[in-house]
Write a protein that binds this ligand. Structure first.
Ligand code: ZN
Ligand code: ZN
Length: 236
């Protein structure tokens, strides 16, 4: 991680959570980073925490479209607050912390993979509906995907898929409703060139049931993707 510091400029900054001074370009102190709750023993397919071995019972029952979900942290305090603060309050400090976490999550993924297989051919942020994008002025998934693409040295494909349906918020919906809510919500952008047999890494801030990521994976497999995985900061 430290070799990346020079990219960030020479000015020391403060931890985005506790205000302690941190090194140049860093957004979180070591203490706060260590306090983020890790996902322990995740299901390799959906990231469900505390899975004993292999896929969780739910994934064995109904195989997800997504080949794998990598999510290092639990969606608990303070990460949940940071994600909401970024999304709904356009909080610049939260944005800075989340970008650093995306970078760290991508480094972990790269380290875990390096010996085993190649990295992704492209990194795809979960798109916002254009209307929501206009309201918000940014897509937080894109900010995280940009960091992941840089670490993984893979092209960022921010315009490959589009959200064609403005879906209701997934909040408060059950597993089945979530699936129904995002069905046919995404499509390949008309005229988009999809790399042949590509291994795609989807990026989002948080995965809850995985319904959104699965709906996107469906679209990408239909377009000829060889493997679709996802990286999120948090797993609810
Ligand atoms: Zn701190
Ligand atoms: Zn699972």
């Amino acid at each position: 991680m430290r070799v990346r510091r020079w990219l960030e400029g020479p000015f020391p900054s403060a931890c985005g959570l506790c205000g302690t001074g941190v090194g140049p370009g860093e957004a979180l102190c070591a203490g706060c980073l260590a306090e983020l709750e890790r996902v322990v023993a995740p299901c390799p397919r959906c990231g469900e925490p505390d899975t004993v071995a292999g896929p969780c019972p739910r994934c064995r029952d109904r195989e997800p479209r997504l080949a794998a979900l990598h999510a290092p942290w639990r969606y608990t305090w303070p990460l949940d607050r940071l994600i909401l603060a970024r999304k709904h309050a356009d909080d610049a400090t939260a944005a800075r912390v989340l970008r650093e976490l995306a970078r760290r999550a991508a480094v972990e993924l790269a380290d875990a993979r390096r010996a085993v297989e190649q990295g992704p051919d492209c990194v795809v942020p979960v798109p916002l509906h254009p209307e929501r994008y206009r309201e918000r002025g940014f897509n937080q998934a894109l900010e995280l995907a940009r960091e992941a693409a840089r670490v993984l040295e893979a092209p960022l494909a921010a315009r490959l898929v589009v959200r064609v349906r403005a879906t209701e918020s997934q909040q408060g919906l059950g597993r089945r409703e979530r699936r129904r809510n995002v069905a046919r919500a995404f499509a390949l952008r008309p005229g988009a060139e999809f790399p042949e047999a590509a291994r795609v890494l989807l990026v989002d801030d948080v995965a809850t049931t995985g319904a959104t990521l699965d709906a996107l994976a469906e679209v990408l497999y239909a377009a000829g993707a060889a493997r679709v995985e996802a990286l999120t900061l948090a797993r609810a």
